[in-house]
Structures are given as structure tokens and as C-alpha cells.
Design a protein around this ligand. Sequence first.
Ligand code: GLN
Length: 230
Amino acid sequence: TITVGVLALQGGFHEHLTLLRRAVSQLATTKFELVEVRTSQQLAQCDALIIPGGESTTMSLVAGQTDLLEKLRDFVKVQKKPTWGTCAGLIMLSNAANSTKVGGQELIGGLSVRVHRNHFGRQIESFEANLDLPFLSETTDRSPFHAVFIRAPVVEEVLAPQAVQVLAKLPGRVDRMKTGVSQATTKGDSGDIVAVREGNVLGMSFHPELTADARIHVWWLSELLKGGAS
Ligand code: GLN
């Protein structure tokens, strides 16, 4: 059995579990057990972990109230277990974060990148974009993935280009569908890095858990089945 945890301190953990269940049934396997993680005891049962979107400052504050934050660092960086962060989860898994609004915050780290929180600022707090995700071709159809960005971070700097694989970039402005926003962003340049991988650690700016499309979950679980997140 491969026990997959979803960090359930705050944010979109429920949505991730829903898509994980769908992905498990698509894979038609009995190999996975899915658990919510709120304590270091629960984390210790896990072979792999998802850190959902939400609010990264809140997550690190809550995790820092117990030994969970240190145990998460150990899980990701010492035990090197497969860990996937979306949005706030990407921020948590980055080695460095900038923010225009908030000062320093505790991170888990693992990805040799610097993220910029709330990159798209107030003008465009949410938008959607069709992303080309070449890795999807390994498991499933690779038509563009409809990605939802909500006060999303981007990877502003790759600190170790040899180690970090860039998996996806934002397409050009014309391909972008804005939701509920009339102004064009000045910051969301095409080419912004929105998905990266470094060994066991995977990070995405957007929220695959907020769509009905389980392809990325299917792909990630398939990677776990192969035993090779790294
Ligand atoms: N802006 C949030 C943060 O800084 C992330 C937003 C999200 O996860 N939707 O943590």
C-alpha cells in the first residue's frame, strides 16, 4: 500500500482528496490509501504528500505550533518522499519567497527556486489559462489543461538550474481567459514559470484540485506507482 497524505491544516485539501479518489478509480488500483494529515503522527504514516492551495502564512503558522513543520522539512528534504504543492503549497515547498505585502515566513523548502507570492496582484487576483503540460502524454491525453490561478505565486527565479526542471510556463496573453476581471495584468507575462519539479518535489502555481480534470492527479499517482518521483 502507498499511503498518500493531504496536508489538511487549511485550504483546498478536501478538493484534492476528491480528485485523488477519482484518479485512484481511473487507475483501477487498490494500492493507494488516502489520509488527511494534521499531525506529525499522521505524516509519519505517509509515503507521499500533497500540500494544497490556501494561505501559506496560515499553514506555516499552524504547522509551526507543533513539531509538524520540522517533520514536514524532514519528510521533504531528508527522507525525500514525493511531495506535491499547489499554489500556497508551491510557496511552502520553495526555498525562498518574496512578497510585496507580507514579510518573512517559515517555509518547508525543497525546491531550489524563489517564488513571488501574489504575483498577479490585485488587478488580476484570479484568472484561468490553458496550459500545455507535456508530461501528461505519459499517462493520458495531453490536450491543454485548464488551469485556475487564484492570487497565485510564480517562480521568479530558479536558483539551481541544473536541478530544477521547468514543467510549464504561462502562455501568451491572448490565450488567457480572464475571469471577472477587465484589466490586463502588467505582470503576467507569457513565459512566467508556473510548474517545476526537483527530484521528489513538485510545485504548481495553479489549482488542479479546483477543476474536474484529474489528469495531473492520475499522472502523479502513476509516478508513485513507478516508485520514481525522483
Ligand atoms: N496567496 C496565497 C499565499 O500567498 C496563495 C493563494 C492560493 O493558494 N490560492 O499563500
